[in-house]
Design a protein around this ligand. Structure first.
Ligand SMILES: Cc1cc2nc3c(=O)[nH]c(=O)nc-3n(C[C@H](O)[C@H](O)[C@H](O)COP(=O)(O)OP(=O)(O)OC[C@H]3O[C@@H](n4cnc5c(N)ncnc54)[C@H](O)[C@@H]3O)c2cc1C
Length: 446
């Protein structure tokens, strides 16, 4: 191992190594228009949009704001959903174009929130670079596909560029990649500062209350209302919005085959003498970005180290008795020695010149992936009036905002701008329970 490890046993993400404002826990019964379960970006954005329609909203969070994937990620804002050309072939050029535009809408919403709530979250448009590595067999074919994607995107009026070896090596700070697909309008931010800033901004609004350490235990229909039970009290609401990410099947088992719980792992270096790269880079088995420090120095955040079906990264939802699987909560958010070692092996390939740097933070993050890599946004269970956003498939910053705008409008009985422009697309491509989202060989019990 080239790096010197100080594994933090609790796996504190670098993004959460800051002062976080606290919120009370729920210790009484109450009635409200809407209850949102989960205070990550999806839940908070839902609360923001719902309250703008005048609805009273309660957000309940099992731990603290941002404890989930929202503060455990790479923090890049991109709307790349795989190969544009392939997507256009499988669906249609029009669908590919609309989906890209939908991602742009989400990016616009994020910048709007940053401005409105004055969130200082180191937002920067530094680009996202999908690179090719020379040790991947057939990387030249992939380069051809990048060129096609780039041509099609540009024809459709979007920004895209293919970088040669010299360009990507300069951007990525690594001598290893041989080429890259560049999305130069993509951005990045400090995920922890963003999600905590969003919560602060939303909680200042009259219509929203946030409760921490208030885990939802049960959702039950009761006449014309829905009751959500927590250890401290029961909330009676007209509707429930689930924003619990990989844990959605715990409440809606019918979605379990389409929402695969996968753990990613990450580490962050100590501050480095020189800026390590510029922008978010990602490719097979490795991704990274720079993180700016208050004193102007930079760290390197590095993740990856797993193939898509890596067994030690997949988590079952239920025990054979049908109970929530304890591994999900216990290990889903922790770093493991084996995976961290794989990360270090990749790090040594890409950053041989950083051999020996100290790693200060290591963590794991659980998220949910659908088989078609597109989220589920809509009605999860009509009988209990449960709606939600899940299966963001590594692209929460691309879809959570438009999902929240769309669902909030529907809850309020108002046709939102997003629904007018993208309703048919969302109904067709992002519908919860669609067959295309289901994994064939995914063991949900263990
Ligand atoms: C390693 C990694 C890298 C990623 N990189 C990127 C990236 O660069 N760009 C990008 O767009 N996306 C990325 N993602 C994905 C992105 O982080 C997620 O899509 C997004 O954060 C999901 O937000 P969420 O609010 O839906 O879920 P979470 O942030 O996971 O929030 C769910 C919340 O629900 C709470 N909860 C769960 N059960 C209950 C309950 N019973 N009662 C109350 N609360 C409950 C949890 O405690 C949690 O706070 C990455 C994810 C990971 C793990």
């Amino acid at each position: 191992m080239s790096t010197s490890a100080t594994l933090q046993p609790e796996g504190l993400p670098f993004w959460l190594d800051l002062h976080r404002p606290g919120y009370p826990s729920l210790d009484y019964d109450l009635s409200v228009d809407i209850v949102v379960i989960g205070a990550g970006i999806s839940g908070l954005k839902l609360a923001r949009c719902l309250s703008r329609y005048g609805l009273d909203v309660i957000v309940i969070e099992a731990g603290c704001v941002g404890d989930g994937a929202s503060s455990r990620n790479q923090g890049c804002i991109t709307y790349n959903v795989g190969s544009y050309g392939e997507f256009a072939k499988t669906h249609s050029r029009e669908t590919a174009r609309e989906l890209w535009r939908l991602g742009m809408e989400s990016h616009r919403c994020i910048t709007e929130q940053i401005q409105e709530y004055e969130i200082e979250c180191d937002y920067q448009v530094n680009g996202v670079f999908t690179f090719l590595r020379p040790d991947t067999p057939g990387w030249q074919d992939q380069l051809e596909s990048f060129r096609t994607d780039c041509r099609l995107l540009r024809e459709d009026g979007f920004d895209a560029k293919v970088l040669d070896a010299e360009e990507i090596q300069e951007r990525s700070g690594s001598p290893f990649p041989v080429s890259a697909f560049a999305h130069l309008e993509a951005a990045q931010f400090h995920s922890g500062k963003f999600v905590t800033g969003l919560a602060r901004g939303i909680s200042n609004q009259d219509k929203v209350r946030i409760f921490e350490n208030s885990r939802a235990q049960r959702i039950q229909r009761s006449g014309d209302t829905v009751k959500v039970q927590t250890a401290g009290g029961v909330i009676t609401a007209e509707r429930v919005f689930l924003a619990t990410n990989a844990l959605v099947p715990q409440f809606v088992p019918g979605l379990e085959y389409g929402l695969r719980a996968e753990r990613g792992q990450v580490f962050v270096t100590e501050p480095l003498p020189e800026r390590p790269c510029q922008g978010c880079c990602g490719g097979p088995l490795a991704w990274w970005r720079e993180v700016v420090e208050a004193d102007g120095r930079f760290r390197l955040l590095f993740g990856g180290g797993r193939g898509r079906d890596e067994p030690d990264s997949l988590f079952p939802q239920f025990t054979k008795d049908g109970d929530p699987h304890p591994l999900l909560d216990k290990e889903g958010f922790s770093p493991s020695a084996e995976h961290q070692h794989r990360l270090e092996t990749q790090f040594a390939i890409f950053f041989p010149h950083l051999s020996g740097v100290r790693i200060t933070h290591r963590w794991g993050g659980l998220q949910s992936f659908t088989c078609d890599d597109l989220p589920m946004i809509g009605e999860f269970d009509s009988s209990r009036r449960v709606h939600g956003i899940a299966g963001l498939s590594g692209k929460g910053n691309c879809f959570a905002d438009v999902g929240a705008e769309y669902l909030a409008g529907r809850a309020a009985g108002v046709e939102s701008d997003i629904e007018v422009r993208y309703g048919p697309l969302m109904e067709k491509m992002l519908r919860p329970g669609r067959d295309e989202a289901n994994w064939d060989s995914w063991e949900t019990t263990h």
